[in-house]
Design a protein around this ligand. Structure first.
Ligand code: FES
Length: 119
């Protein structure tokens, strides 16, 4: 196993868990379409390498769904509808580093030099 830096600035986890017809779940409230639209908007903005939209399983907040969680921001959007997609995108990209209107890719941190190996 190797350990590396997460290659995205932000990750949006969209619950797409589906239960039986009579049970409450995010998938019954258009969460798959919400995930697809978030992904499409991020791609259209050219931010696919910085912001990842990832479908998730149940986030254990079913009655509040559809749920979208944003990391590393620790932000949780509940009761999301398709009308909220643009607002979420605006919030998420607000602090993504940009240069001249284009996203800036942050350099990977330099790995620490093992003690005693400096020359
Ligand atoms: S089904 Fe989405 S939080 Fe449980």
């Amino acid at each position: 196993m190797e350990q590396a830096r997460v290659p995205f600035q932000k990750i949006l986890f969209v619950c797409v868990n589906r239960r039986t017809e009579k049970e409450i779940c995010c998938a019954h409230r258009e969460s798959e379409t919400i995930a697809a639209q978030l992904k499409e908007r991020i791609k259209a903005l050219g931010l696919s390498r910085l912001v990842r939209v990832s479908k998730s399983g149940c986030q254990d907040l079913c009655a509040k769904g559809p749920n979208v969680m944003v990391f590393p921001d620790h932000v949780w959007y509940d009761g999301v509808t398709l009308a909220d997609v643009d607002r979420i995108i605006q919030d998420v990209i607000r602090d993504v580093p940009m240069t001249s209107g284009r996203p800036t890719f942050l350099p990977s941190p330099t790995p620490p030099t093992p003690a005693g190996s400096e020359r």
